[in-house]
Design a protein. Sequence first.
Length: 352
Amino acid sequence: MRRRRGLIGVDISATRVKLLELDRTGDELRVLAYASEAMPEGAIRNFQILDAEAVARAILRALERSGSRTRDAAIAVSGPSVISKTILMPASLDDAEMEQQIHFDAEHHIPHPIEEVNLDFQVLEPDPDNDQFNRVLLVACRRDNIEMRTAALEMAHMRVQLVDVEEYALQNACALLSDQVEGMSQRHSIAVFDIGADNTRLTIQRDGRSLYTREIRFGGATLDAALLERYDIQDFDTLRARLRAGEIAAPETANDVREFADRLAVHIDRALTFYQSASAGGDEPIDHVVLVGGPTLYPGLGEALRQLLPWPVSLGNPLDGMLASAAARRNHVDTDAPSLMVAAGLALRGVV
């Protein structure tokens, strides 16, 4: 019998495109396909695709290297063109009535004309203060943002079947960390920091739910740039290849990693102090800090942050314990896994 194909998660950023496909056998997840390609400089700026053809070429290269036959994709949007907020709606409304009411009241919820955005909503739960209302998550994104991403995938011979928000894809992937962090699936507050190239996204998790999110304008590009300059290497892929091959030893990078850790620790401390001082944090302490993202691959970062921060710190891996295809292993899925939170969250949408 022919196996039903799901969705391949396509994480598109200003620096890279990452493709990840997962499958489930019983209770076990496995990696069917993975590949990553550098994004041409200037193809994406401020979360907007400026050169769809260049993005399509990067996606196509990654798709060919992955060996996947799946052409249905889940993608994510992010940045200022995405608006997400929780509103109250009468509990008596059905979905059709709710959609009509949201469109009627759209100008009160979003700053863009309704014809310029795509809207979606999801009922979360009854309002704890008034059971006559439901808490409803409303998400809006400028249509041109989605259309450019869709066009790039279509040029790469892929079909967009699902559009998510990076923030929610990250939250979805946090379920994959639950076995790695003690208390993550219990009543503990776990701060997950996904460190990207230019930004770091924080999500506070408790009982499998996200309590709080925030984006921090600081990422691993500064560390990458320092090491590229130190070793006179022209591109990031060559740097990672030399690190994997052991041609660059951990002691040689220790000072740069420590300097980056010092700066990252300041941002983490500020973000969590703000969370706990704000009404969102209340009196709930942070029980654990989990770091994911590309910079966690640099030796010594986790240990440095354990010395700098007052919370227990661990490094997370959304694909930990999963079997992977030979092609995915050749494409270094094992070492790249900590940087695949968004891709994993998207790929999970296609797992049945």
